[in-house]
Design a protein around this ligand. Structure first.
Ligand code: HEC
Ligand code: HEC
Length: 216
């Protein structure tokens, strides 16, 4: 039974690859990776390996916890996390499809390349302070308390931040400030974001963007 299903998949991928055309980058990706068909359209924005694409503000989703990816897809669909593009895409997927694509992207290796340039030293120092130590005067605890060492993520708790584009991370913090992202259990991120000013946001997002990911 499993064999027949696997075979059906491969045939399905071959048909998909043919539909995209032999010289499309998607064709090559589909042929080498056993991406479930539902995960192929994501590659147009999130990259052939889920590594993200800063030019379209699409974050890296490779190696992010399956639980987290699936939750975001549900939140986009419900509008708890507002985004026009992802809202439409998430709504078009059944819960079973969401589970499948989440499991696939979670299984891919986290991109090891740093996206951002090393920030200027005063900015870097402030960013590192927020991430690693927190700022007591502002009642902001260290981001890494939840996001893991080096912002590398803690499955079932908080996503990795390291290596994501600074502009993406800053958008998220500002969405919590504005109330267009209100999908955080216990308002954890809403209360963190409310305590950050624009300088803090610039510093901490530049810091995480400058980190290369070396996950265990
Ligand atoms: C047309 C471009 C586009 C396509 C296609 C697309 N995405 Fe996205 N995706 C985005 C953008 C842009 C964001 C950032 C949204 C925001 O700023 O909140 C995003 C965000 C996400 C996030 C949130 C990641 C995080 O760290 O919180 C997940 C998960 C995600 N997409 C999964 C998918 C999956 C799975 C597919 C395919 C079924 C897909 N996306 C297809 C553009 C796209
Ligand atoms: C008490 C725990 C906690 C602390 C402290 C915390 N976070 Fe978070 N953070 C979370 C959780 C949980 C999520 C995922 C929310 C969801 O389900 O969408 C999150 C998500 C995020 C995201 C969205 C990531 C993405 O891929 O879309 C950003 C950006 C972020 N946090 C930045 C920060 C920064 C910067 C700090 C420190 C100033 C911080 N966080 C401190 C728990 C925390």
């Amino acid at each position: 039974m499993t064999r027949i299903n696997t075979h059906g998949w491969i045939v399905g991928l071959a048909i998909l690859a043919a539909a995209y055309g032999a010289d499309s980058p998607l064709a090559g990706a589909a042929a080498t990776k056993a991406a479930p068909p539902g995960a192929v359209p994501c590659q147009a924005c999130h990259g052939a390996h889920g590594e993200g694409m800063a030019t379209v503000n699409a974050p890296s989703i490779a190696g992010q916890a399956a639980h987290y990816i699936q939750k975001q897809l549900r939140d986009f669909a419900s509008g708890a996390r507002e985004n026009l593009v992802m809202g439409g895409i998430a709504k078009s997927l059944s819960d079973a499809d969401r589970a499948k694509v989440a499991a696939y992207y979670a299984s891919l290796p986290v991109p090891a390349v740093a996206h951002g340039a090393t920030p200027a030293s005063a900015v870097a120092a402030r960013g590192r302070q927020l991430a690693v130590e927190g700022v007591e005067a502002k009642h902001v605890q260290a981001c890494n308390n939840c996001h893991g060492p080096e912002g590398s993520g803690v499955p079932l708790s908080a996503p990795y931040l390291a290596g994501q584009a600074a502009s993406y991370l800053a958008n998220q913090l500002k969405s919590w400030q504005r109330g267009t992202r209100k999908n955080d259990a216990g308002n954890l991120m809403t209360s963190v974001a409310a305590r950050l000013d624009d300088t803090d946001i610039e510093a901490v997002t530049a810091y995480y963007a400058s980190l290369g990911l070396t996950l265990p």
